[in-house]
Ligand binder design. Structure first.
Ligand code: ZN
Length: 166
């Protein structure tokens, strides 16, 4: 009797710890902590890029076909010519295709977008420090993993993540 009481208390305590760990969002990598729902019901997501060539998110989750309002903010101080950031959402592709596309886009000044825009689902403009750009688009209907990158030369290796449609 005492033992089973103790066990169930332990289970409750463990559950509470698991919930607390989940709710704290201390990994800082998914979009959930950065979302707001607008008056029009559209979810807004803010992603930042900094002077250290980093996005603050590497994963954004959403539902098939969901309307999304995404703001990219460049929170650094460097110019667009030296530390430009954009946010480019791409069709699903494997690592080597993504690599090729990143290289090709990097050679395509001044916007550094791929020549074949059919692989681009949505993109912001290229920003310098202090600038921001907001775009609205629908997530793909097909569940899956869609890579996003900054296509400024040399950035896609570090500035990348995935939109997970589920
Ligand atoms: Zn960049």
């Amino acid at each position: 009797m005492r033992i089973s009481y103790f066990l169930s208390l332990s289970a409750l305590a463990l559950g509470a710890i698991a919930l607390a760990a989940c709710g704290s969002g201390n990994n800082g990598t998914t979009a959930h902590d950065h979302d707001t729902i607008g008056a029009d019901g559209v979810r807004s997501i803010t992603i930042t890029g900094n002077d250290a060539m980093q996005f603050n998110l590497n994963e954004i989750r959403g539902e098939p076909g969901e309307r999304v309002r995404l703001t990219l903010r460049h929170i650094g101080r460097m110019t667009k010519q030296n530390m430009g950031h954009n946010w480019v959402l791409l069709q699903s592709m494997d690592a080597s295709a993504l690599n090729s596309l990143g290289m090709e886009a990097a050679a395509n000044a001044p916007d550094y977008l791929p020549r074949d825009m059919s692989v681009v689902i949505a993109h912001t403009r290229m920003l310098g420090g202090g600038e921001s750009d907001t775009i609205e688009f629908n997530l793909p209907e097909e569940p899956g993993q869609y890579p996003f990158v900054c296509t400024f030369p040399g950035h896609f290796a570090l500035m990348r993540g995935n939109v997970i449609v589920e």
